[in-house]
Design a protein around this ligand. Structure first.
Ligand code: DGY
Length: 320
């Protein structure tokens, strides 16, 4: 019987994923469950045939250049792959996969939560009741922005963006979107296409980001673009922190140009931006868009499906 391939799990993925992984692989699990450093990644590449990293493990060009030839596949436990230098991995002959589709529902749920919470003063309201400082009520108290019937702009109409559009439609929102290419009518489902981001921004009472972080989208929402949103707009980011210029966002909120923001992603993770903490009109979560039991299992299983195909000599379904 031939030996099982060695699979390194740098992070504690779901129990069901670990159990299934152990059936087909000799698993090395990082029980400490802390992000692997560059040196650890390099050292482990000499001990493992495959790795299932999360977005917390950085496969930069410098790291990839030092990888041992034993490592054959990086089967990401994430849809985002901005932590991987794809050209460097390709040049080194290392296969790379991700986990699309399976986290779209969970991520769109969090985007809806952020949108509703940001629009309706969730942070200030929760704080007031929780701390016993709720001493007053009036019809003009904590008046927010109604989501139902408002217009939402979706940047990136991929899988998550399309689920977000469907959820927004459920709230009677008028859906507009910007994407590299216009979707066919059955996927567009009545949404209004904008070929140009500035044109989308101009009509977006709510703007939700669902595009990948790439060198082209870094700081996509900079001061100029934030200024193009209608006055009192609300920004939602469940994609990646790199898409937003955080200093410009703070300025836009402080000036009153933007009413609020809902953020699950930050430039610095973990940790976020301490300056945001002083703003009760920023509703924040710690990058938990895909963090449901069902979705974590589905992400792990999808990564294992890709590994199984690879080691069976087939092309993994999510090969990048
Ligand atoms: C993803 O899959 O990209 C999520 O952000 C979790 O890593």
């Amino acid at each position: 019987m031939s030996a099982k391939p060695v699979l390194w799990l740098p992070r504690r993925v779901s129990d069901a994923t670990i159990a299934r992984a152990r059936e087909s692989y000799d698993v090395i699990l990082n029980e400490a469950d802390v992000p692997a450093s560059a040196d650890e990644i390099v050292a482990m590449s000499a001990r493992a045939d495959a790795v299932m990293p999360c977005h917390s493990e950085n496969f930069s060009a410098e790291v990839v250049a030092r990888l041992d030839p034993r490592l054959k596949i990086v089967a990401n436990h994430s849809v985002g792959v901005d932590h991987c230098d794809l050209p460097a991995l390709k040049e080194k002959g290392i296969a790379v996969t991700n986990t699309p589709d399976v986290l779209s529902d969970a991520t769109a749920e969090i985007a809806m939560l952020l949108m509703l919470g940001a629009a309706r003063h969730a942070v200030a309201g929760d704080h007031m009741v929780r701390t016993g400082s709720w001493k007053f009520w009036s019809p003009s108290f904590m008046v927010g922005k109604q989501v139902t019937g408002s217009r939402i702009g979706i940047v990136g109409m991929g899988r998550v963006g399309r689920v977000m559009a469907a959820r927004a439609r459920g709230f009677g929102m008028d859906v507009h979107y910007c994407n590299r290419t216009r979707l066919p009518p059955e996927l567009e489902a009545g949404a209004t296409f904008h070929a140009d981001l500035d044109s989308l921004l101009a009509v977006s009472e709510f703007l939700s980001l669902h595009c990948p972080a790439t060198p082209e989208t870094e700081n996509l929402m900079n001061a100029d673009r934030l200024a193009k949103l209608p006055s009192g707009a609300i920004l939602i980011n469940t994609a990646r922190g790199a898409l937003v210029d955080e200093a410009a966002l703070l300025e836009a909120l402080d000036s009153g140009r933007l009413a609020a923001a809902g953020l699950d992603c930050f430039r610095v993770e973990p940790g976020g931006n301490p300056a945001f903490a002083e703003h009760e009109n920023i509703f924040m979560l710690p990058h938990i868009g895909s963090a449901t039991t069902r979705t974590r299992d589905a992400m792990g299983f999808r990564a294992l499906d890709n590994l199984d195909a690879f080691f069976a000599g087939e092309t993994p379904g999510d090969l990048l």
